[in-house]
Every structure is written in structure tokens, then in C-alpha cells.
Design a protein around this ligand. Structure first.
Ligand SMILES: C[S@@+](CC[C@H](N)C(=O)[O-])C[C@H]1O[C@@H](n2cnc3c(N)ncnc32)[C@H](O)[C@@H]1O
Length: 301
């Protein structure tokens, strides 16, 4: 091991399916002495580091969670307790990518201030898994040239901060993280700002997990279609979702024949791209389809 090699790693665990872990993450987990992990990290992934001490510091909406300063202190304490002659690590394991809506900056600042070398292992972010689930690209030649990953959470001041919403308007949509509990506010804000009510959208819950669920909706209906229950959910907005309102058809049965060459034999529901077949727009939504914002939707359908 190189003398100054990082002994603390911020590692992306991906959206849940262990097959979406990077090889780097797998190698780091194998060397982990301690895994300090978020609530979103699945048991299947934690099981890949059976030798490690698990320290849960989960933060889930509406539930008690560790304070960020406590997490920073834990990182430093465990890093300092590592045997200097051993090859083991402290892994800070975060759902998705560790640099996207994951409070990485605070941890980076704390490690730097403590003089502790660290590394960062990127992961597959939830928006990628969500788009894969609905079978839609995140960019589209000539039509969608900016990628918007946004969150309505962490309001500052009086709630007049619309920096989360403006890029969605400018880009004709994007992926919203942590939007389910704020669905009514998201919808009201986007409509007031001029987003078309019939702009297609989709809620993707538990993307890439066996429990994955997709609900097609529109901006005008996204509150009534919002998922309840607290499972991680993404809101994908834009013509690229190409999704008339209504539910995606039920998944095919799980015992279909194996698909050769696909890891997991193609049995994982997340590997089945789900395609909408039934238009479910209301008459009003159909009338509204003439708006500019849905031009691209018509050309795709
Ligand atoms: C604190 S953010 C962490 C994001 C993470 N760092 C990433 O790159 O995906 C948590 C939010 O990510 C989204 N999320 C994470 N995993 C998800 C999944 N498997 N399916 C749907 N949304 C997910 C949800 O919006 C959830 O509330």
C-alpha cells in the first residue's frame, strides 16, 4: 500500500441493485474495517462487507437521523483508529453517487480539516436508474442538451428560493430527488411558473430494486399520483418520459425464461424496460397538448 494512499473513502452504493455497484466499490468494501452507511444502502450491498463494523447513520425523511457533525466526527474517529500497518479502510457508503445530494461537502471539509487523506468512488445515481427503468434517455440529440438533477428540499429562508425549479422550466424537465413529500408544493410552483399541466412525468419508486414501481403522470396530476409510504422516489418530468397519465402496465411474471447473457438472467424486474401502451390523458389534458412545452412529446409518440 502506498504510504499516503487514502484510508477513508466516500463510496457510491448505487440505487440499490448490487449489480449496479462499481468494481471499485466492491474492492473497497472488501477492505473495509468500518462501513458508515446511509439508510438507503440495501442489506444486499452491506452483506458484501461481512468483516466490517456497520455504523448506520441513516437519514430518511421524517425520521430521526444522525447529525452531520456526528457523522463527520465518526469518520475522523474511525480513521484515526485504523491500524497504520494494515490495509483496511473506513468506507463512508452513500446511496447512489456520493457527490449528488449526499452532503459530501461537509464530510470532505471535515476530513481535510483533520488532515485525513480520502478518496471518492462514484456510483450510479438514482436518476440514471430511474431513466433506465422507464426506457428513456436523459439527453436527446437536438432537444435535450442540459441535464437537470434538482431537489425541492432544503428550503432556505422564506421559501422564495426557486433555484431548484428554474432549471426544470428552462430545460423542459429533469429529475427531482426527494420530491414525494413536497409534491403539492412542487406542482404548485411549477404550474405558477408556467409549466404545462399536461407535460408528461413519471414517479419511479425504488428504482433498480425488486420492489421498483413506476407511475406515469403529468405535471397537472403529480400530487394525486405521488407515492406514499416513504420508499425512495424520483420524479422525472419532461417529454422525454413520453408518458401519458396512467399506470405503467403490470410487469411480466418473474418466472419467464432466462435471458442469456444478461447478469441475473434478466429476471430482475428493473431490467425489464417498461413501455406505456395506453394513453390515459383526460379530455382537458388532450386539449392542452397544443402548448409549446409538449411539442417534443407529440413528435415522440
Ligand atoms: C439524499 S438523496 C441521495 C441521492 C443519491 N446520492 C443518488 O445519487 O442517487 C435521496 C433521494 O434519492 C432518490 N433515490 C435514491 N435511491 C433511489 C431509488 N432506488 N429509487 C428512486 N429514488 C431514489 C430519492 O429521491 C431519495 O429521496
Amino acid at each position: 500500500m502506498a504510504e499516503n494512499a487514502p484510508r477513508v473513502w466516500l463510496v457510491g452504493a448505487g440505487p440499490g441493485d448490487p449489480d449496479l455497484l462499481t468494481v471499485q466499490a466492491l474492492k473497497l468494501l472488501a477492505r473495509a474495517r468500518v462501513v458508515i452507511h446511509d439508510a438507503l444502502v440495501s442489506e444486499a450491498i452491506l452483506a458484501l462487507a461481512p468483516q466490517a463494523l456497520r455504523v448506520p447513520v441513516g437519514k430518511r425523511a421524517g425520521r430521526v437521523s444522525a447529525r452531520q457533525t456526528h457523522i463527520n466526527a465518526l469518520l475522523i474517529e474511525h480513521a484515526r483508529a485504523l491500524d497504520p500497518n494494515a490495509d483496511d479502510l473506513v468506507v463512508r457508503l452513500k446511496g447512489g453517487d456520493p457527490l449528488i445530494f449526499a452532503r459530501a461537502q461537509e464530510e470532505i471539509d471535515a476530513l481535510r480539516a483533520a488532515g485525513i487523506a480520502f478518496g471518492i468512488a462514484p456510483g450510479v445515481t438514482a436518476a440514471q436508474a430511474g431513466h433506465a427503468a422507464i426506457g428513456a434517455p436523459m439527453t436527446r440529440r437536438g432537444q435535450r442538451r442540459a441535464l437537470v438533477l434538482s431537489t425541492p428540499q432544503v428550503q432556505t429562508g422564506d421559501g422564495s428560493d426557486l433555484s431548484w425549479a428554474r432549471p426544470l422550466l428552462a430545460s423542459g424537465g429533469g429529475a427531482l430527488y426527494m420530491a414525494a413529500t413536497a409534491a403539492a408544493r412542487v406542482q404548485a410552483t411549477l404550474l405558477v411558473m408556467g409549466m404545462a399541466t399536461d407535460l408528461p412525468a413519471a414517479w419511479v419508486v425504488d428504482a433498480s430494486r425488486p420492489t421498483q414501481r413506476i407511475t406515469a403522470t403529468t405535471v397537472g396530476r403529480l400530487t394525486q399520483d405521488a407515492p406514499a409510504g416513504g420508499a425512495p422516489a424520483l420524479l422525472l418530468i419532461g417529454c422525454y418520459t413520453n408518458a401519458p397519465a396512467g399506470r405503467w402496465p403490470r410487469r411480466q411474471r418473474q418466472n419467464r425464461p432466462k435471458h442469456p447473457g444478461v447478469p441475473g438472467g434478466g429476471r430482475h424486474p428493473a431490467r425489464q424496460v417498461q413501455v406505456l401502451t395506453e394513453p390515459g390523458l383526460t379530455a382537458r389534458e388532450r386539449r392542452l397538448r397544443g402548448s409549446d412545452q409538449t411539442e417534443g412529446c407529440r413528435s415522440q409518440s
